[in-house]
Design a protein around this ligand. Structure first.
Ligand SMILES: [Zn+2]
Length: 346
């Protein structure tokens, strides 16, 4: 059973001097994959741009028009974080199309895992707003495609990027067929993702699961949360497909994130997700790249994730872990509160 990656060097055209979300992120990942020797073992597919109808299944026509116009005028900024270059419309359509291609790949009979290695990231993009480095919500476009084109009834999206995936949450907040789970630092950008946000009260109460975590949470805290919260919620929800918003900015060395995960820690989270995919959905799992801004850690985390998708034993963590104590008491309080209040955990 092979694993697929979808990526394209043309993503590098979306880059902005002095920003952290730049071309060198995917350059580092490509170099890491080449150095690791995984290149030959992965099946490579070149993505196609997402058809506009699928972008419109997630975003307002106004937002799509704004991104396209800003690019056609040579570029600009939605806010101080979120830029557009002359190439960004084409790049954003290709990033969303890569995520769509990843979903298509695992819908076939001989691929179980696919990783869309894309830029710009997508999980902050709401139906009507580009923000937080994100223009189009790649994973949401792909999930809509899986629902409406491939007939997938129940999709779980797990977002372990250090930031809350507010855009993905907004898009699926009233959708009872998509479970959105996010672990993220709190209080932190973008300020959403509280325990009380659990999905729309009419149709989808309990289909949003937020785990806001204190600064300094590391391997022990995250693996505990995945074992005691994420796994039982997914068991209860019974997804037909697991999708992962794979941001690596919760690594301890990340310049933006306040968390303490190691490369091995991320690998442990992926192991839990792959085991859940095996148990619940015939192994089908799609990963879509989000954040991660220390290039060495980002590349090492992606390579470790790809080794897991290929069923290989983990290699040594090239960066190592930090031994600072974790705020386990606060983490346990979050777990206890969720168990008491969240409909999927009762
Ligand atoms: Zn992030």
């Amino acid at each position: 059973m092979s694993s697929v990656i979808l990526t394209d060097p043309s993503f590098d055209a979306h880059t902005w001097h002095g920003h952290v979300e730049i071309a060198s992120r995917l350059v580092a990942i490509r170099q890491g994959i080449t150095r690791s020797g995984l290149h030959q073992q992965l099946q490579h597919r070149f993505p196609q741009p997402a058809a506009e109808a699928w972008l419109e299944a997630v975003h307002t026509p106004r937002l799509l028009r704004l991104v396209r116009q800003m690019a056609s005028y040579g570029g600009g900024q939605f806010d101080s974080d979120t830029y557009v270059t002359a190439d960004s419309w084409d790049v954003a359509c290709l990033a969303a199309g890569s995520a769509v291609g990843a979903v298509e790949a695992v819908a076939g009979s001989n691929v179980r895992h696919a990783f869309a290695l894309v830029r710009p990231p997508g999980h902050h993009a709401t139906p009507g707003q580009a923000m937080g480095f994100c223009l189009i919500n790649n994973i949401a476009v792909a999930a809509r495609y899986a629902q409406r084109q491939l007939g997938v009834q129940r999709i779980a999206i797990v977002d372990y990027d250090v930031h809350h995936g507010n855009g993905t949450q907004d898009i699926f907040y009233d959708d009872p067929h998509v479970l959105f789970c996010s672990t993220h630092a709190a209080p932190f950008y973008p300020g959403t993702g509280s325990l009380a946000e659990m999905g729309d009260r009419v149709d989808a109460l309990g289909q949003t699961l937020n785990v806001p975590l204190p600064f300094g949470t590391g391997d022990r805290g995250y693996t505990t949360v995945f074992r005691e919260i994420i796994a039982p919620a997914l068991h209860r929800f019974q997804p037909e497909l697991i999708m992962v918003s794979a941001g690596y900015d919760a690594h301890w060395s990340d310049p933006l994130g306040p968390m303490m995960l190691s490369v091995d820690g991320f690998a442990a989270l992926n192991r839990q997700l792959l085991d859940l995919a095996d148990e619940l959905c015939d192994g089908r799992m799609v990963m879509v790249l989000e954040g991660g801004y220390n290039l060495e850690a980002l590349s090492a985390c992606v390579v470790a994730s790809l080794r897991q998708l290929l069923g290989m034993a983990p290699g040594p963590d090239p960066i190592g872990a930090v031994s600072s104590p974790e705020p386990m008491e606060e983490i346990q309080q979050v777990i206890t509160t969720l168990r008491a209040r969240h409909p999927l955990l009762g």
